[in-house]
Design a protein around this ligand. Structure first.
Ligand SMILES: Cc1cc2nc3c(=O)[nH]c(=O)nc-3n(C[C@H](O)[C@H](O)[C@H](O)COP(=O)(O)OP(=O)(O)OC[C@H]3O[C@@H](n4cnc5c(N)ncnc54)[C@H](O)[C@@H]3O)c2cc1C
Length: 433
């Protein structure tokens, strides 16, 4: 499918820790991929690594090392997850280590750091854009997109699933899912999303993950990923979900990831025996506060109304949890850092008085907004910016469908996203046949 011009073939090599010194430390320019088996992000990286080795391979050595069999070296190098990409010039590590859902643009950035400007331009000039054609492009691989991919694949519709991150969507960062039918015990979110993704992949749907989407043309049914790869289709399904809202209080943007988090599953574990502030009072805020309290010694919830809007069962748990401190009728006005501590300034909405809450970290759960940046001007939206779709999930543009949390609807759950994906796929398969 790719038609990049090949400068050198077989530019990639697998090494063991015995060869590390010769192949990496005593070499010129090297990129080294610590990979593992049964590792979806490693699989997502593999094709990008191979493609780039064909483009940059005459200037930079592309090496892979199997992490499980070379544990001692991985530990010595401080490599804690797979894949991890390390870049070396004349035996010294340079650039940024890349891990998780590694993007092609980030690898290119680090490779370019090793080369003079002129050579970078020469190499880029040799890259030939590629074009591929499918029946359907699905944008977003959360439960909605994965389900649509599964149904389309099982209907023999040639489908590509494209995501700016790794597959799984919000479920992959939800600590536990207890309301997805078919499982008696609560399921770890990452496992449920992993199983959904594997099922769709095994059917044969083509995956393009951790990519930069540089253009979406809904009218001509065409997208461009990583600047060089154009994908055309007869139909597009938008399943891009939502992103957490921000409070707008000063300091929030600067402290994101440096004291402020939007994901309890990802970060609660770092607050063992520590004090945490949670902003919000809906289902997510209340359920995630309960989860955070498994680690933290104290959780202060700041909510703008005089009662929570979360479901009753979740509220009962919170009110009977001795680690909880609840501040109603209040909103955060600023976030600041004082050494290692987070300082949250909170205003009481009734009397206007402000207090400062000192904690070890802040979690914000105040709702979501639809991910429609790339196509918002073209589609009919509701007053909150969600995409309007009909009962077959068709949008206002012909052959463009939208499903899951990104559409205008009352209830946003895994089951409803899965249902939308099913409906869109069945409608599309029927039309294409
Ligand atoms: C903390 C939390 C806990 C939850 N717990 C539960 C629960 O217990 N039970 C339940 O049923 N529901 C739960 N939900 C809701 C549930 O996760 C969502 O309803 C569901 O994931 C929606 O699926 P989706 O496929 O529409 O979107 P998402 O899961 O949001 O997936 C969207 C995908 O699109 C990708 N994407 C974004 N922008 C683009 C773009 N421009 N191009 C391509 N791809 C893009 C994203 O990377 C993502 O992978 C929870 C949500 C949260 C936040």
């Amino acid at each position: 499918m790719f038609i990049y011009q090949t400068i050198r073939i077989n530019t990639m090599k697998e090494i063991s820790e015995k060869e590390f010194s010769d192949e990496v430390l005593n070499s010129g320019r090297v990129v080294l991929d610590f990979f593992s088996t049964e590792c979806p992000p490693c699989e997502a990286l593999a094709s990008k690594f191979e493609d780039l080795s064909k483009i940059y391979g005459s200037d930079i050595k592309f090496l892979k090392i199997y992490r499980q069999q070379n544990r001692e070296l991985a530990e010595k190098m401080g490599v804690k997850s797979s894949p991890t990409l390390l870049f070396f010039k004349d035996g010294k590590e340079i650039g940024e280590r890349l891990t998780g859902g590694v993007k092609r643009s980030d690898i290119i950035h680090n490779l370019d750091l090793m080369l003079p400007d002129e050579r970078q331009q020469e190499i880029k000039a040799q890259i030939k854009p590629s074009v591929s054609e499918f029946d359907v492009i699905i944008l977003g691989a959360g439960p909605g997109g994965l389900t649509a991919g599964l149904y389309l694949c099982q209907s023999k519709v040639n489908t590509v699933l494209v995501d700016i991150a790794l597959p799984g969507g919000q479920v992959s960062t939800t600590h536990e899912v207890s309301n997805y039918p078919g499982f008696i015990e609560p399921q770890a979110g990452y496992l449920l999303s992993h199983n959904m993704s594997e099922q769709t992949k095994m059917c044969g749907t083509v995956y393009k993950f951790a990519v930069d989407i540089t253009k979406v043309d809904l009218v001509n049914k065409e997208i461009v990923i990583d600047e060089y790869e154009t994908i055309r289709a007869k139909k597009i399904v938008i399943a891009t979900g939502t992103t957490p809202n921000t409070t707008g209080a000063s300091g929030e943007k600067a402290l994101k990831g440096k004291g402020i988090s939007y994901c309890a599953t990802c970060d609660a574990k770092y607050f063992d025996n520590k004090e945490v502030v949670v902003i919000g009072g809906g289902n997510s805020a209340v359920e995630e506060s309960d989860f955070i309290s498994r680690f933290a010694s104290k959780v202060t919830i700041v909510h703008q109304f005089d009662k929570f809007t979360a479901n009753k069962k979740a509220q009962e748990k919170i009110f009977s949890n001795p680690k909880m401190n609840i501040i109603f009728n209040s909103e955060p006005r600023s976030f600041d850092k004082d050494g290692d501590k987070m300082v949250t300034e909170v205003e009481n909405l009734i009397d206007g008085k402000r207090i400062k809450l000192v904690s070890d970290g802040v979690f914000i759960f105040i709702g979501m907004r639809p991910n429609i940046e790339l196509f918002k001007d073209k589609l009919e939206l509701d007053q909150w910016g969600y995409i309007k779709s009909d009962e077959d999930m068709r949008t206002s543009i012909s052959d463009i469908y939208a499903i899951g949390d990104v559409i205008s609807k009352k209830y946003r759950q895994i089951t409803t996203a899965v249902a939308d994906g099913t409906i869109a796929a069945m409608a599309i398969a029927k039309e294409l046949n």
